[in-house]
Design a protein around this ligand. Sequence first.
Ligand code: DX5
Ligand code: ZN
Length: 234
Amino acid sequence: MKAVKLAPSILAADFARLGEQVVEAEEAGADRMHVDVMDGHFVPNLSMGPAVVESLRRVTHLPLETHLMISDPDLYLDEFAAAGADSFLVHWEGNNNLHRTVQRIRALGKRAGVAINPATPVAMLEEIVQDVDLVLVMTVNPGFGHQHFIPTTVAKVRRVRELIERLNPACELEVDGGIDATTTRLVVRAGATVLVAGSAIFDDRDGVTAAMARLQAATHQPDEQHEPAEQSAL
Ligand code: DX5
Ligand code: ZN
């Protein structure tokens, strides 16, 4: 099985202590930091912009991944790249020129990923998966943290894994939304290789380090709670 990476989503962080919490996540083994950008149009919420990326660039060596939940991502790529973003996740939905957007990201020397919402069919990835470094399967509807994982997305992750193996095996398969120790096991088993987690990391009563350790342990034991043999032994 491929090594699973953790991408803490700072949307759930305490913004008054953002730098401190990001450094803690880095020391606890985060692979990259996930920055959710929302414009109040593409999703019904507002979040952060390039200034946050610029500040984070000064406190962490980790790659900064920007998840653009905005209506016209092309308008802001330069600004985020200049601020220090290392990769972009752009949505299939609402983009009439997705291939062009991906080319622009590549021209900036950045990693490009395509994200699909829960109601978007896997088949929509067929003509773009060979041009991207990662695919992001939304396991909640985009726009908010703290939502419940949508169970039908597990089978979808499995179908995306098959598509990736067929067309671009080097592509990462990332999931975002409602990821905790329980859902981690399901999505890793289905073929996810990068897990975005916000509330499960930054809202854990025991703190960021303990929360990261719990998620990391779950990635190493993807089958534990779901094998019939284990269940009957309880
Ligand atoms: C939702 C964002 C997610 C969000 C996940 O639109 O894309 O990255 O921060 O939050 P949790 O892990 O709390 O579901
Ligand atoms: Zn996100």
